[in-house]
Design a protein around this ligand. Sequence first.
Ligand code: PA5
Length: 446
Amino acid sequence: MKVTVNEKYLKGFIKESDLTPLHSLLETAHDKIMSMNGEGSDFLGWRDSIIKQDIEKYNRIKAAADKIKRNSDVLIVIGIGGSYLGARAIIELLKSPLYNSMKKNTPDIYFAGNSLSSDELNDILKICEGRDVAVNVISKSGTTTEPAVAFRIIRKMMEAKYSKAELIDRIFITTDKARGTLKKFADNEGYETFIVPDDIGGRFSVLIAVGLLPIAVSGIDIDKLIAGAASAREQYFKDGLKNTAYRYALLRTALYRKNKKIELLCSYRPSFRYMAEWWKQLFGESEGKQGNGIFPASVVFTTDLHSMGQYIQDGERTIFETVVMQKNSVNPISIPFDAENIDGLNFVSDMPLDNVNNFAFLGTIMAHTDGGVPNIVIEYDNCDEETVGELIYFFFLSCAASAYMLGVNPFDQPGVEAYKKNMFALMGKSGYEKLGEELKNKITEL
Ligand code: PA5
């Protein structure tokens, strides 16, 4: 396996005996995942979807991606939460956070409908002027406000630019097979649709059409991505209770029980920033329930050592770090020699920058562990499609196991509804009148 867990930096924080009482919890969690008899088990579709891809549907994703690559300069991906984070994460990690600014023969990709900001949407509309555009609307429910609002606005722009017949080649809808209005709308207009199965929730959907279509448009090899996830699945199932994903789940659960309530996912590459955003949703929405759960946060080092470093080193001791380290680089760059040595850096001249980054990692991990912050290190050699597929499955499985060990349903998100109800009530949506009155009175009394 390419992804491994290094426990060296947990010395002094966790003993094997701390893990012993957790083994029976892990066994129960494993049984719930394997026998599909736990809370929310009707949302375990992600477990096998990678080996059960319907070949006709899978080929349609590739064909749609090819069409977009041929006919468009820009792809706008409209979706929020699990309906966009995975695609953005993988594109930034495997291509670049600067993907849109780079010379390439694939379309630029912009993400819309993940906020209610008019500034951002206006910018995207401007970027589309004079360019050929395709749109992939992704919403399992088809009724989420942010993407629905963005689609209305972007649709207007598309309708002004293209004929009805042309739009059929440019608008792609990824949604539930029946629920909501999006499927009906797409069918009426003749737009191609991709179905989000009932048994896969948003945050577990990056390896189906939700993530795969935008990822394929960026030129990433989705066959290899799926192959990486499938081989991780095979190995983890074979290793059973001893698999690496469960080991990570055990370690973080043990740390939580030692009052380490905040997990900081740390990376040393800005290209990992959106993977961390995806991971935060995965773990935060799966575990944060009934007054429980590790708070998932993230930092990019060394950038954030100059902002969050002080707190991590010296603040409240409720943090542990999970560092994701890529060992090799495909684009090494060395520090040049400078005859004048104005900055005094000639002692590192000719040294690859990745070595300097690695010294930063070692220096930081020694300092943080000395400061009372336990560190789990997740390592892999190269950042390629197979490894990223494996990493995704590693986090899926460890997340499900961690949440079951915590005693919560990993696959629901009841808490997300609270703000939506209030927002609808305040905006005067029909059916929410009583709550609207209550909220307005409450705000006046504050
Ligand atoms: O993980 C989840 O279920 C959520 O983040 C959803 O993906 C998000 O709320 C968007 O929902 P929908 O795809 O129904 O628009």
